[in-house]
Design a protein. Structure first.
Length: 339
């Protein structure tokens, strides 16, 4: 079971309140086993989730450890590397693993080692962390002191809609960290305003990445579960009704491209490795051709090699040369507005 903040907690999977007695917890587990068992017409995937949830909280000792925030954890569903590798651009986190990244997400993109890193502008995940903290304080209640808003036990106890904002922040920080390792030929702008509003809120694209392989509009996502590409859109139980991530990114990228006077090579949605059962999947036909969903660990390879016609590039757009990338960077730096 993934320990992404967005993932359902064992209690949510078992359909009980976290304060339920051990006896009631066991009853809920046994009932769900009967309902979900494949031999009785149940769903195998749900049956597996129920079993894994029980493994986390099935004994008083395991439950106590989980409730204290000491249960096994693998941020983002990729094992421990999901956040640590994603924040490898000299970033650090608090001891809880959910704290904000600090360090090298600076405008100069200055290396703190002998390796010259990509230029980075903006604050990846900053808006999402602010929203998480705002909602968390409302949920805890006014006047209540929160010593550590990223303490695992507190994060796990919060409603899923609050935890989802933290998962989104971690995903953006992970992407920014990975891109920062690609070298001087790359530039990343984070939380880029498109110039349009949605419901009175300024619309943003998580990252715009420029490199020798092209110009990419990138969204970093973590819905806390598996997704897959069906025709020209992502689907999955973890996606809410009416949620169309690829269509939303396409509309936002079209608006931004028009305002910047550029064309994007590909539109990339990055998800935790465990959320996708194949390395990458691409839309190759229709209006969304050029949209790609990729496992997080493979994002650097995609940005280095490009997304050709067979891997989701826009009709096989030629790779941008290093010279062209350097020529385009000053224009983008002048034109891009950050949230």
């Amino acid at each position: 079971m993934s320990d992404s903040p967005a993932s359902p907690t064992p209690y949510e999977v078992l359909g009980v309140d976290p304060g339920v007695s051990d006896g009631e917890l066991r009853k809920a587990y046994r009932r769900l086993l009967r309902e979900t068992h494949p031999d009785t017409g149940g769903d195998a995937a749900r049956f597996d989730r129920v079993q894994r949830a029980w493994e986390r909280v099935g004994t008083p000792a395991d439950r106590a450890a989980y409730d204290r925030g000491h249960g096994s954890r693998s941020v983002g569903g990729d094992g421990g590397a999901a956040h640590s590798a994603g924040a490898s651009g000299s970033a650090s986190t608090s001891g809880s693993g959910f704290g904000p990244a600090t360090g090298s997400f600076r405008a100069a993109g200055r290396a703190e080692s002998s390796t010259v890193r990509a230029r980075s502008y903006g604050h990846p995940g900053g808006q999402e962390r602010e929203r998480y903290l705002e909602l968390l304080r409302e949920w805890v209640g006014r006047g209540v002191t929160i010593d550590d808003p990223y303490e695992p036990a507190l994060v796990r106890s919060a409603p899923r809609e609050i935890r989802s904002w933290l998962a989104k922040a971690l995903a953006e920080e992970a992407t920014a960290g990975l891109v920062s390792t690609l070298g001087i030929g790359y530039t990343i702008w984070n939380n880029v305003l498109t110039g349009r509003e949605q419901g009175g809120v300024p619309e943003t694209i998580d990252h715009v990445v420029l490199g020798p392989a092209g110009l990419f509009a990138v969204q970093s996502e973590d819905w806390g579960g598996e997704v897959r590409l069906r025709k020209d859109e992502l689907v999955g139980e973890v996606l809410g009704r009416g949620v169309e991530p690829l269509h939303e990114l396409s509309r936002a990228a079209k608006t931004l491209a028009r305002s910047l006077g550029v064309k994007f090579t590909a539109l990339v949605t990055v998800v935790p490795d465990a959320a996708l059962d194949e390395p990458a999947a691409a839309v190759t036909r229709g209006r969304l051709a050029g949209s790609v969903v990729v496992r997080r660990s493979l994002l650097p390879q995609l940005l280095r090699d490009g997304a050709g016609a067979g891997a989701g590039g826009r009709g096989g757009v030629d790779r941008t040369s290093i010279d062209r990338a350097f020529e385009l960077r000053p224009h983008l730096q002048r034109a891009i507005r950050l949230a």
